[in-house]
Design a protein. Structure first.
Length: 593
């Protein structure tokens, strides 16, 4: 009904024509080339003129294309008057047009049509509310999100009149009262997105993305606002879990790990760290086990509603215009849902915590650390905890990928800790690990993290050079805006932590920023970098680090999690000269190469 109303109330969109209008000279050369081509088949003297026409036409087309592209760059802007054309051009770099080749099915044959492709992809992929609350949630919907199987988009929901919102409120409250979740809202539309750098002829080279009905997600958002206070009051989510929680971020969790490692360095100890990879964490949640844990933490009526929510769910695969037959989902929390992450946190809330073990979890990213002056003892304590952890995994049917787990010995000494076993398999040992987007090396020098960020920025510069390079006719303000929005966040993430690296390593980031700013401004060689920064009102890297570190420490002082606040108790080091985050505030320098 809603789709029909939108169809009748909307004007027909006329697809714009992209036929190029060529100049009179090009049209004349095309006509002459055609006539000379016909004549050249009969008289050989016309072949020379034909080649001349082809050359002139090619050169004229190239010059016209260059002029057209130059005009396109000059008209790019980041304002609403041009429909944010600058951001649309930059965003298209992140969304390259992907050619979808045929897929091989299980019998080795090729699936070419949309119908055949959807068949190949389908099997493996597997309290009351108030009117004001519903209104607020609808008003904050993102109008650009794709709709689910019902075709009802967020934009349609935003345009609903008050009487329709009241009908929705009646439906949502009836769902709470009847402890029922509509079956039509349990169907997910799965679209296959190609993984970069993979063989696109194989079905496993595509990542499934689920699109859920808009009304389903609207109800979930409202329900989360009711569940969160209950879970917080009953302390259902452990303090070491920082994922999908308000005012909790990856930086605080990584900082906790860094403080444990620094303390081990200070005490001349060894830190044996195991980073655990859970296989398909959200997709393999055992429904019966989840329902059992929900009964321990939530009211009975909410448990029955959530039980109805997670069971009997289905999905269809959409390839082009074809939709496959529905398949049932036997386990897991709904992908792309609002409630899914919260249900996963409840499911893993009773994960064992060792007395001599530092545990850090961010959703399914788990790190366990053990410190001791003797490397064998550090590993022994960690291994004893892993035995308990294995029993918990087996009880709740959670699987880990042993070969993707990483064991790292953080120490300033020469020895390394003995290997760790999980599920009777030796975990690979490495000298560094990437945890929550930050590279941690064995001696915590931040060298590999900074080198990784430099590599990322080089690749990003290659993508954006046509926009910010010397030959670009884009305005200086737009170029600077592109750097601040698309390039600076690459190195800025985690600056509160890696900013404690040696001055020579931090200087590498500064030199790269100098290079970008000189490219943007087309500054001659004799202009000093400090003058370019001042004219562009661009702070130095060290100033940016000091600023973000100051804000971060203020945030920690009032953090709702006691484990995050406890980071402040580790300020300063006596034996080592390594800087900590607090030292960055007073270490801002204005020296630049």
């Amino acid at each position: 009904m809603m789709n029909e109303a939108v169809h009748h109330a909307s004007t027909t969109y006329q697809q714009p024509s992209f036929n190029r209008i060529f100049s009179a000279d090009i049209q004349r050369l095309v006509s002459e080339k055609r006539s000379e081509g016909v004549a050249a088949t009969q008289i050989s003297q016309h072949k020379a003129r034909l080649r001349e026409c082809i050359t002139q036409l090619r050169n004229l087309l190239a010059s016209e294309k260059t002029a057209s592209f130059k005009e396109y760059l000059e008209n790019l802007d980041a304002t609403s008057e041009t429909n944010y054309s600058l951001w649309r051009a930059a965003r298209n770099l992140k969304r390259p047009v992907q050619f979808k080749p045929p897929l091989r099915n299980s019998s080795g044959d090729w699936a070419r049509s949309d119908c055949e492709k959807s068949t190949v992809s389908s099997p493996p992929h597997p309290v009351t509310f108030e009117f004001r609350e519903v209104q607020n949630v609808i008003a904050n919907l993102n109008p650009k999100k794709a709709p689910g199987i019902d075709g009802i988009s967020n934009k349609m929901m935003i345009e609903l009149p008050r009487v329709a919102v009241r009908i929705l409120l009646f439906i949502f409250n009836a769902m709470l009262r009847l402890e029922y979740f509509p079956n039509n809202w349990k169907v997910a539309v799965v679209k296959m997105i190609p993984k970069p750098g993979k063989d696109l002829t194989k079905a496993e080279s595509y990542r499934p993305i689920s699109l859920l009905p808009t009304m389903s997600k609207l109800f979930e958002k409202l329900l989360v606002t009711k569940l969160s206070p209950i879970l917080a009051e009953r302390n259902c989510i452990p303090d070491h879990q920082f994922g999908f929680r308000r005012q909790h971020g990856t930086i605080e969790q990584t900082h906790r790990l860094v403080q444990v490692i620094r303390s081990a360095f200070e005490q001349k100890s060894y830190c044996s760290a195991l980073f655990i990879d859970v296989s398909q964490a959200f997709d393999k949640v055992w429904h019966e086990g989840l329902i059992l844990k929900l009964k321990l933490h939530l009211p009975t009526n909410i448990v029955k509603l959530l039980e109805n929510y997670i069971t009997s769910r289905k999905f269809v695969v959409k390839e082009g215009e074809f939709v496959s037959l529905p398949e049932y989902i036997a386990s897991g929390v709904p992908q792309g849902s609002i409630l899914g992450p919260l249900l996963y946190l409840i499911y893993t809330s009773d994960m064992p915590v060792g007395s001599n073990i530092h545990t850090s979890t961010f959703a399914d990213d788990t790190a366990c650390l053990s410190t001791h002056k003797i490397p064998q003892e550090a590993t022994r304590h960690l291994q004893e905890y892993i035995f308990q952890f294995e029993q918990w995994l087996k009880l709740w049917r959670i699987k880990v990928n042993e070969q993707k787990c990483v064991h790292v010995t953080f120490t300033l000494r020469r020895e390394t800790c003995p290997p760790i076993r999980i599920n009777n398999q030796v975990v690979p040992q490495h000298s560094r690990v990437k945890y929550l987007g930050i590279h941690l090396d064995q001696r915590l020098t931040w060298k590999f993290h900074i080198e990784a960020k430099l590599t990322q920025m080089k690749l990003k510069l290659a993508q954006l050079h046509w926009l910010i390079g010397r030959n670009s006719t884009l305005s200086l303000d737009c170029k600077l805006l592109i750097y601040k929005s698309l390039m600076k966040p690459i190195w800025f993430y985690g600056a509160q932590l890696w900013g404690t690296a040696s001055a020579s390593l931090v200087e590498k980031i500064q030199r790269w920023q100098n290079k970008i700013l000189r490219l943007i401004t087309s500054a001659p060689w004799y202009v000093r970098n400090i003058n370019i920064h001042r004219d562009l009102n661009m702070p130095l890297v060290t100033s940016e680090i000091a600023k973000v570190a100051g804000k971060y420490l203020i945030k920690l002082e009032s953090h709702p999690n006691p484990l995050a606040r406890s980071i402040l108790n580790h300020r300063g080091h006596i034996r080592l000269k390594k800087r900590d985050t607090a030292a960055l505030i007073s270490n801002s320098t204005n020296n630049v190469s």
